[in-house]
Design a protein around this ligand. Structure first.
Ligand code: ADP
Ligand code: 5GP
Length: 215
């Protein structure tokens, strides 16, 4: 009898991805989500206004500050943070419920969010086993600024604030398990897929279910 990965039951992967605004996280993640149909995007709640082309319930759940606070009171978030003067939060229903069902989830959050996720995961039997952390960095500061400007979605004032924040965020790169430098989109997508592939076959994640011969 030959064996394959169907001989294992496994929780899904919760892949936390951070990097300064403008690095290209959304571009890389969207491309990966297109080619990896087993991967779900964790749709965060935000009080920020939608950018042109953004769709409610796809890119974010765009909600009011009052609604956000109500959800905080209800303990609906795994983590939440104030980023660039707006609130952002990761819903438990987007992550915990899915990984328990064996589905993989991509979570795009900032460095504060990652630190909260690490706290929330430690001692949580499901999240501790499921969560991996990836930092996406731009190839240089001038390139980051160029990307932020070229995106054309922010005012000069907002670009300056995001560049200042980027300098702080980039220092956190080695708090993550993996570093991806987004020099070229396709290379970055391949690197991210490689991380998922490697994590998915970690022995600590694999629980044999039936007819497992290697005992
Ligand atoms: P983030 O989600 O990290 O804020 P985006 O995905 O919105 O960043 O990307 C910011 C801008 O940079 C966009 O205009 C995008 O097309 C561009 N971009 C993303 N990755 C690259 C890359 N590897 N090389 C050049 N431009 C890029
Ligand atoms: P943007 O406004 O450009 O979409 O996102 C700004 C920043 O907020 C990015 O660094 C992004 O990773 C972060 N972010 C998005 N969703 C969440 C979330 O649910 N929680 C936290 N902590 N940060 C988030």
């Amino acid at each position: 009898m030959s064996i394959n990965y169907d001989h294992f039951s496994s929780l899904g992967i919760a892949l936390v991805v951070s990097g300064p605004s403008g690095t290209g996280k959304t571009t890389v993640c969207e491309k990966l989500l297109e080619q990896n149909k087993n991967l779900n995007f964790s749709i965060s709640c935000t009080t920020r206004k939608p950018r042109e082309g953004e769709v409610d319930g796809e890119d974010y759940y765009f909600i009011s500050v009052e609604e956000f606070k109500r959800r905080v009171e209800n303990s609906e978030f795994l983590e939440y943070a104030e980023v660039h003067d707006n609130y952002y939060g990761t819903l438990k229903t987007e992550v915990t419920d899915k990984v328990i069902n064996g589905e993989d989830v991509l979570i795009d959050i900032d460095v504060q969010g990652m630190r909260q996720m690490r706290k929330a995961s430690s001692g949580d039997s499901v999240l501790e086993k499921c969560t991996s952390y990836v930092f996406i960095a731009p190839p240089s500061y001038p390139e980051l600024e160029k990307r932020l400007r070229n995106r054309g979605t922010e005012t000069e004032d907002v670009v300056s604030r995001r560049m200042l924040n980027a300098r702080k965020e980039l220092k956190a790169w080695n708090e993550y398990q993996y570093l991806i430098i987004n020099d070229e989109v396709d290379k970055a997508v391949n690197r991210l897929q490689s991380v998922i592939t490697a994590v998915s076959i970690e022995t600590s994640r694999l629980t044999p279910v039936a007819d497992w011969p290697y005992v």
